[in-house]
Write a protein that binds this ligand. Structure first.
Ligand SMILES: [Zn+2]
Length: 281
């Protein structure tokens, strides 16, 4: 892919969080037809693609942004629910030994989670789905939950949301953190929990998709003084590309960003989080 096309594609990401049919516009940096300060690069969100067009140089680009990561939404469950309380699933606490099967405890131990970490971070067990229940946040607000079935038959995750708000966030406590504490952006909730345990601010991206609207809200909330570290599960070139894409968008919003490309998900290396994050500070 040419550098110019790649740059146009990255610019299109500014519209990724928009609703279908909406258009936004930005300056075409390094526009071949001359300096653009009138935001002449238009991007329109279509169902699965972003269409970019520069009214200065007349270059156009199409960027596919349809679902392709591992978080498949189950149409039966990704519906509007006004009250997404866990009781709907009869989810039980990890402290309730008589109702937690050995498979769930095995999952907990494999993920290096203590009972207290599960209780404090709203990680529960659902007998209805025979799976692990974790919350979904929009910044600090809980907007639903995900179930990870312990027996793999259907989708890896079943997602139930209160509404169509974007997924992304964690248990954010304003005013409790120093200005310099970094924010680590993770792909999954368990990794966010481990980052939090290690003493850093965690933002769960719920998958590898770039969500500029959510990323903008995050930078707006945490500010641009502290550094941001994008740390996804680097098990493929695709994921590494997505990490760089998220970093590009964060930089567009004025953030200082580092991308961890070598290590696995934080949840696989909980004892190394401090040294890995520390190496960027
Ligand atoms: Zn142009």
């Amino acid at each position: 892919m040419s550098v110019r096309k790649e740059m146009l594609e990255t610019m299109c990401l500014v519209a990724n969080g928009l609703h279908t049919g909406e258009t936004t516009r930005i300056n075409h940096e390094q526009c071949p037809s001359g300096w653009d300060s009138k935001r002449r690069f238009y991007v329109t969100r279509k169902p699965d693609v972003l269409l970019g067009y520069c009214h200065n140089c007349q270059n156009s680009v199409t960027k596919y942004v349809g679902p392709k990561d591992r978080y498949r939404h189950d149409a039966r469950y990704t519906t509007v629910q006004k009250d997404p309380e866990f009781q709907v699933l009869h989810a039980v606490s990890f402290n309730d030994d008589s109702n937690i099967p050995v498979e769930a405890h095995t999952w907990r131990v494999n993920n290096e989670l203590t009972r207290a970490m599960c209780v404090n971070n709203r990680i529960q067990f659902s007998s209805e789905h025979f799976g692990i229940v974790t919350p979904v946040y929009n910044m600090e607000h809980r907007i639903g939950y995900q179930v990870r079935p312990l027996v793999q038959l259907g989708p890896k995750y079943i997602t139930m949301l209160e509404n169509d708000k974007l997924m992304g966030g964690f248990r954010i406590q304003s005013g409790k953190h120093s200005q310099q504490l970094p924010v680590v952006i993770t792909e999954d909730y368990i990794s966010a929990v481990h980052v939090h345990e290690a003493g850093y601010l965690a933002h769960c991206n719920y998958g590898v998709q770039t969500k500029p609207r959510m990323l903008y809200a995050m930078v707006n909330y945490f500010g641009t003084v502290r550094p941001y570290i994008v740390w996804l599960d680097n098990d493929s070139d695709h994921v590494r590309d997505k990490a760089k894409e998220i970093a590009d968008v964060l930089r567009m919003f004025g953030a200082t960003v580092h991308v961890e490309l070598t290590a696995e998900d934080p949840k696989y290396v909980p004892t190394e989080i401090a040294s890995i994050v520390g190496s960027y500070l």
